[in-house]
Design a binder for this molecule. Structure first.
Ligand code: NZQ
Ligand code: ZN
Length: 387
């Protein structure tokens, strides 16, 4: 195990009356002016907006509305939120949405406390914010686990870069499964696949020897797979959904990462695919994963073989490690197909020009824990194989 310090800043309110329980405990700590941040309007359609604003007003809060946070949030939207938070002297940010809303607010929370440009600070001066507006999250779309970490994935449209920025941690997260029952099924599945991807990207990090985090990781992967099938069988199964919500949080609350440097190279390539195409994150990962994993052979043979047997229940009898490793990738591909996710860029209606492929491959961040060190040419090949 690598050296680590473990402590977690986010308090989780989970279950049927999570929002109510959160308000009882947290309302007083929020201060007077609460910025309610949300996306394109699903919370208005579902009635959650009225529920939240009603409760906040009852608790004596002045509400500042910040709406229209788009999927794959842009840095321009972050800056709009920072300006509003400053203008209205906001005391607390309450983010209600999925990963996009939650990520956008992490950087608003940092930007509201400084006159410096956060992107320049982090990417040119290599400095990180230390002063933040406090914030809480009400999760309406699960999968990213964004409520459990302080990383935000933001698209800088001027630079054509979709990249991580370090922001604030949520002081609390409301995980109330009933709030997620209106998610479109496509988003449920792409979100759950994103959680599975987070597990795999963590598992494949270094050191590549099996530790307790990896054993727990395998259990979370099995649970995600089982509950994706359950949810597809019965979209109204709130119990299955509640398992997927906690799986998403488990994949990103640091527990599975203890003692490891994570891989996350597939994510970095997908983010740049997103910078150029604005594609759905989980669907992009579904296309890239099996193709990239074939490039991880033979470096990850041992780990892939383990996943084949212990997660995908491949019978090891009479098979070599190499055959098992290949069986893992085949199982993953078949699963992606079975649950209705795309297997090619074409299925996502994406056509990349040769020039754009090169740009994506050049600008994708290379990660420290990656199974192999990719050069631009090999990442380009992966994109071509995804077509
Ligand atoms: O915008 P509204 O109208 O709210 O609609 C949203 C949006 O269209 C809708 N939705 C959310 N809750 C709903 C609902 N519709 C009906 N009922 C509900 N209860 O769902 C759509 C997608 O939402 P979005 O937040 O974009 O999806 P997701 O949670 O998958 O987040 C994706 C973003 O998170 C980043 C991705 O790159 C992407 O930008 N990620 C963040 C991570 C993190 N911070 O840890 C990790 C991930 O790897 C990922 O990169
Ligand atoms: Zn992800």
């Amino acid at each position: 195990m690598k050296q680590f310090i473990y402590s977690y800043p986010t308090k989780v309110y989970f279950g049927d009356s999570a929002f109510e329980e959160m308000l009882k405990a947290e309302a007083e700590k929020m201060g007077e002016v609460v910025m309610l941040a949300y996306g394109g309007g699903s919370i208005k359609k579902t009635g959650l907006y009225d529920e939240i604003t009603g409760a906040l007003k009852k608790a004596g809060k002045r509400i500042v509305d910040f709406s229209g946070i788009m999927s794959n949030p842009t840095y321009a939207k972050v800056k709009e939120g920072i300006a509003l938070a400053k203008k209205e002297n906001v005391d607390f940010i309450l983010a209600a949405g999925g990963g996009s809303v939650l990520d956008c607010c992490k950087i608003i929370s940092a930007g509201a406390k400084t006159n410096e440009d956060i992107w320049t600070m982090q990417y040119e001066q290599h400095r990180f914010s230390t002063d933040f507006l406090p914030m809480g999250a009400v999760v309406t779309a699960f999968g990213t686990g964004a409520e459990m970490n302080n990383g935000a994935v933001i698209t800088n449209e001027d630079l054509k870069q979709k990249s991580p920025l370090v922001g604030n941690f949520y002081s609390f997260a409301v995980l109330q499964p009933s709030y997620t029952m209106t998610m479109p099924m496509g988003q449920v599945i792409s979100g759950a696949f994103d959680s599975l991807s987070h597990c795999m990207e963590t598992y494949l990090g270094t050191p590549r020897t099996q530790n307790v985090s990896d054993d727990m990781n395998e259990a979370v992967q099995r649970n995600i797979i089982r509950n994706i099938y359950r949810t597809l069988d019965n979209p109204k199964d709130e119990e299955a959904r509640s398992e997927l919500i906690w799986d998403a949080a488990m994949a990103e609350n640091g527990i599975l990462k203890i003692g490891k440097v994570t891989d996350f190279q597939c994510h970095m390539l997908e983010h740049q695919l997103g910078a150029y195409t604005d594609c759905n994150h989980g669907r992009g990962l579904a296309v890239l994963h099996p193709v990239m994993y074939r490039h991880y052979l033979p470096e990850a043979t041992e780990q892939f073989a383990g996943l084949a047997v212990r997660v995908w229940e491949v019978d090891p009898e009479g098979k070599t490690k190499q055959e098992l490793a290949e069986a893992f990738i085949d199982e993953l591909s078949a699963f992606i197909h079975k649950i209705g996710l795309p297997g090619t860029l074409k299925e996502m209606d994406i056509t990349l020009s040769e020039d754009v492929k090169t740009k994506i491959a050049e600008t994708a961040i290379r990660t420290a824990g990656c199974v192999k060190k990719f050069d631009t040419e090999e990442l380009r090949e992966i994109l071509t194989e995804c077509e």
